[in-house]
Write a protein that binds this ligand. Structure first.
Ligand code: MN
Length: 715
């Protein structure tokens, strides 16, 4: 069992005594809270955090990371709180432990393969600081090393998760040794027969292979030394899982021992130039296999990996794979981000045009100025991975969205109907508003209601193009539905006026003819065209009763005040709808300048109200349409005012003359005198717009004896 002194020995060379003291303190803390707990192996539970801390110390990570290794299971498995950890070890450590507690709750389970990438991204996104992920990988590494104590089922489950999630994550961070070990251990538990078969075959020719390895190694070493290059040459068997995948993807002959060996030249000097020199030495020695050379120095991998790769025809006519790199490149290749973390004071030159690497490089260049390690890691993560949020469906699938996405985006990602009928959402079991911004790791459940539909606000909250286009489509379809409704009402009304039956018309040959003439497919299309004002209803009706058309129109005069007119002549514009039947509501008598709304009335086209009109509240909200004033020719609009004044002789005449002096016509006046000697005067006047009306009110106010003036509201 690893002891705390072992960990302190590992860290002594690079950590301060104060850091070491904190690690010791964390050890005591962890031992205390895990006391009495045991692992399946029968060992005290403490062995696990100790081994994890040991792995992190071997990677020469900073004190906070090692302390986090010691404490990583305390919040999850004991009564310890994050607050206690913060009080004892500071914010940095408690932040890391909190992050680990969070990601330990993500379980991949028996997800389908296609989900794996989303899960990986989610874990990355939730590792707000990459040290969280590194500790998680060390945690998984020790659990994999001790997997034999788990029951069979659990072994398969954990091994699958490791192979699908954690080995690729180790690879993405460039930590090759972890990737290799995690893959081989997973392979052992998932395909143990194949694993042991490969092990047996490799072992069988061990002596022969070692002899061969030594021979090739010697030739290369001698040759590069001859040209004055200093470095080491390694030859080793590839890891089992890579042999296994190679066996599955291409024919591999086990009798050819060379197929299992890869050679590596590691040059001492930190010079790219020497790698290319070594390459030309090897190529002069043995004939290169065409198409097998890869320049990963000029074009590094996204995780920062750099090396030259080549395959040559070796001394026995066999294919020999060779990697060439500097010691610094080697360090990065094996330890990736962890190596960078350790040598953050040292500049790592990544040299490449690759965009991601460029970003990484920029960060490495500025990082000397960034004192806060968390900020640096957050930046690094942002540079490596796009800014997305990952959330769970109630079924445990992961979905990714751009940052800022809301439950509306989530709902439309499931199905258009779910989106359209979405009325709210439950996130982590509590109700949130539709504009709630999704957070990493949220479990999102959409609440729908049949018959519900998108609101205009939704376009403000939806960020995915899918959701936005679905909402727009719905609004467009709704507008066309409305114009069909309006068109039908207009047409039915015209038919009624002529005492003609609308249903008969729809079945008539004349109707078919009209449709053919206008190139219309369905009755609804015709109604829509009438609703939009592209076809005149009168024109259609006249084909049935041409001689009475005009007369009937006059009969429609509404209370003798104003006959219904087309939109244009009333000086109104309607959003998306032209030339439909329009009338002004008498309850509020809108005049230009008033804020107005339209209401689709049954059988009478659209009625215009002021938006303050009290009657609006009783109307069906579904039937409102947006309208605005669009004055084409000056005309007057009637409006009622109530003037209360002291009942004195001549005062009414005076008010009347003030109105007339402004060139405003009074079409109606009514005066009533009360017991308390006040005169209540009702005037109906014709004004051009609200400005004129207001000027009139101001003028009347100046008349002595006038007590109050108001625009009459009827309800
Ligand atoms: Mn653990």
């Amino acid at each position: 069992m690893l002891r705390i002194t072992d960990i302190l020995d590992k860290t002594q060379s690079y950590l301060t005594p104060a850091d070491q003291e904190m690690i010791e303190k964390a050890y005591v803390f962890s031992a205390t809270v895990h006391q009495g707990q045991t692992r399946l192996s029968g060992e005290p539970y403490l062995t696990h955090p100790m081994e994890v801390a040991g792995i992190l110390a071997d990677m020469k990570l900073d004190a906070a990371t090692i302390i986090t290794g010691l404490l990583h299971d305390t919040v999850e498995d004991t009564l310890t709180t994050t607050e206690q950890i913060e009080a004892a070890f500071g914010r940095d450590v408690s932040f890391l432990v909190e992050g680990l507690t969070k990601i330990s709750k993500i379980t991949f389970g028996s997800q389908e393969e296609r989900q794996a990438e989303n899960f990986r991204k989610m874990i990355l996104a939730m590792s707000a600081d990459l040290r969280i992920l590194i500790v998680r990988l060390a945690d998984r590494m020790h659990n994999m090393r001790t997997l034999n104590f788990q029951p069979r089922e659990k072994q398969r489950y954990i091994a699958t998760e490791t192979l699908e999630l954690y080995a690729p994550l180790a690879n993405r961070l460039g930590i090759n040794w972890m990737k290799v070990e995690l893959e081989d251990l997973s392979f052992l538990y998932l395909h143990s027969d194949a694993y042991h078969e490969i092990a047996r075959r490799i072992d069988k020719k061990k002596e022969q292979r070692e002899q061969y390895t030594e021979e090739v190694r010697g030739i290369i070493a001698k040759e590069i030394a001859k040209y004055g290059l200093r470095g080491d040459v390694e030859g080793r068997a590839k890891h089992f899982y890579s042999i296994y995948t190679k066996m599955n993807s291409q024919r591999i002959d086990f009798d050819e021992v060379y197929d299992l060996i890869a050679f590596r030249i590691i040059l001492d000097a930190n010079k790219d130039k020497e790698c290319y020199e070594a390459l030309s030495i090897v190529h002069a020695l043995w004939k290169p296999v065409p198409g097998r050379f890869k320049d990963r120095i000029a074009m590094p991998k996204a995780n920062g990996y750099r090396s030259l790769h080549t395959t040559v025809i070796g001394p026995y006519g066999e294919r020999v794979e060779i990697q060439i790199r500097t010691r610094q490149m080697h360090e990065w290749a094996e330890e990736g981000i962890a190596a960078h973390w350790r040598y953050k004071e040292r500049r790592v030159d990544l040299g490449s045009d690759d965009q991601q690497i460029m970003k990484l490089r920029e960060l490495l260049e500025v990082q000397q100025e960034v004192q806060n390690p968390r900020e640096f890691m957050a930046n690094l993560k942002l540079a490596l991975f796009p800014d997305e949020v990952y959330v769970f469906t109630p079924g445990g699938d992961v979905k990714s969205f751009p940052k800022g996405a809301t439950p509306i985006d989530f709902a439309y990602s499931i199905h258009t109907d779910v989106g359209n009928q979405c009325i709210g959402a439950r996130v982590n079991r509590s109700i949130v508003p539709l504009k709630y911004e999704l957070q990493n790791g949220d479990t999102v459940e959409i609440i729908t209601q049949a018959g519900h539909h998108p609101g205009k606000d939704w376009l403000k909250w939806a960020v995915t193009s899918r959701a936005r286009s679905k909402i727009k489509n719905w609004i467009k379809a709704e507008e066309s539905k409305r114009s069909i409704e309006i068109g039908r009402e207009i047409l039915e009304r015209e038919f009624r006026k002529q005492n003609l039956r609308f249903s008969q018309f729809l079945r008539s040959d004349e109707f078919k003819k009209i449709c053919e003439e206008q190139n219309i497919a369905t009755p609804d299309d015709l109604m829509a065209l009438i609703g939009y004002g592209r076809i005149s209803a009168k024109h259609i009706v006249n084909r049935f009763a041409p001689e009475t058309g005009v007369k009937a129109e006059e009969a429609a005069v509404d209370r003798g005040r104003k006959k219904p007119k087309g939109v244009a002549s009333l000086g109104i514009s309607l959003t998306g709808i032209e030339d439909v039947l329009v009338r002004f509501a008498h309850c509020c008598d809108p005049i230009p300048g008033d804020e107005i709304v339209g209401y689709i009335s049954r059988g009478r086209g659209i009625t215009i109200h002021t938006s303050q009109c009290a009657n609006l509240q009783e109307l069906d909200a579904e039937r409102f349409v947006e309208v605005s004033w669009n004055i084409k020719e000056k005309q007057t609009y009637p409006v009622d005012i109530l003037v209360i004044c002291q009942d004195k002789k001549g005062v009414i005449a005076e008010v009347s003359s003030v109105i007339s002096s402004l060139d405003i016509n009074i079409s109606h006046a009514e005066v009533e005198t009360t017991q308390d000697l006040r005169a209540i005067c009702n005037f109906r006047v014709d004004v051009h717009d609200l400005g004129e009306f207001n000027r009139m009110v101001a003028a009347i106010k100046k008349v002595k004896c006038v007590l109050s003036i108001e625009r009459t509201k009827k309800s």
